[in-house]
Design a protein around this ligand. Structure first.
Ligand code: CUA
Length: 213
């Protein structure tokens, strides 16, 4: 089953917002420039402008309300579409993944990360994961508030709070690589040193690692 990972969805959403902003921004700029030229009142001298257009004053009215309505309608349509497109995606990202290949338990502490595999194997700070795998992280903390995040994966960030289990899921890259884990919440003097790595390796290498003592 093809699964859209949250970071891919994040970029799609970002690009759609960007296109919407460009379209709307261009439209507004054109209308703005048109108004500035069309309704330029040459009778107003620069030295009068401050008196006529000072705080709390508006220019002597010659414009019409029509264009404002069009602008509002266009803005309304774009914003509504973006909201409709974004809410289901937020749900999708925050829920458990449609299919989970691997669950990793993450416990943050001052100052590091403990990772536990389904077979009970535990590692500190340096996690090994197989390529092309949907991984669900169950994140908590054993002391203060931290935030678990993976630097290279957009949007992969979740609070690590004592007594609370938070969910974060990703799809690992399809090529072997090393990802960086960092803490995103000020948690004490060692906060900036609270880093780790995720080594993404081919499945057979991962299996060998998992079975090693
Ligand atoms: Cu843990 Cu900052």
């Amino acid at each position: 089953m093809a699964i859209t990972p949250p970071d891919e969805l994040w970029w799609t959403t970002f690009n759609q917002f960007m296109i919407g902003a460009l379209v709307l921004g261009t439209f507004v700029s054109i209308v703005f420039a048109y108004f500035a030229i069309r309704y330029w009142d040459k009778r107003i001298k620069p030295q009068d402008a401050e008196v006529l257009l000072g705080p709390g004053r508006v220019a002597p009215g010659t414009g019409k309300i029509g264009w404002t309505r069009y602008t509002l309608v266009v803005t309304g349509i774009i914003v509504t579409l973006l909201i409709l497109a974004t809410f289901p995606r937020t749900d999708y990202v925050e829920a458990t993944p449609p299919q989970t290949d691997l669950v990793i338990w993450v416990t943050a502490f001052q100052f590091g990360w403990e990772f536990e595999y389904p077979n009970g194997k535990k590692v500190v700070n340096n996690l090994v994961l197989p390529t092309d795998t949907v991984v669900e992280f169950k994140v908590t903390s054993r002391d203060v508030f931290h935030a678990f995040g993976i630097l290279e994966i957009k949007g992969a960030k979740i609070d690590a709070i004592p007594g609370i289990l938070n969910n974060l899921w990703i799809k690992t890259p399809s090529e072997p690589t090393v990802l960086n884990v960092i803490c995103y919440e000020l948690c004490g003097v060692g906060h900036s040193l609270m880093t780790g790595t995720i080594e993404v390796v081919p499945p057979d290498e991962y299996q060998a690692f998992l079975e090693s003592p």
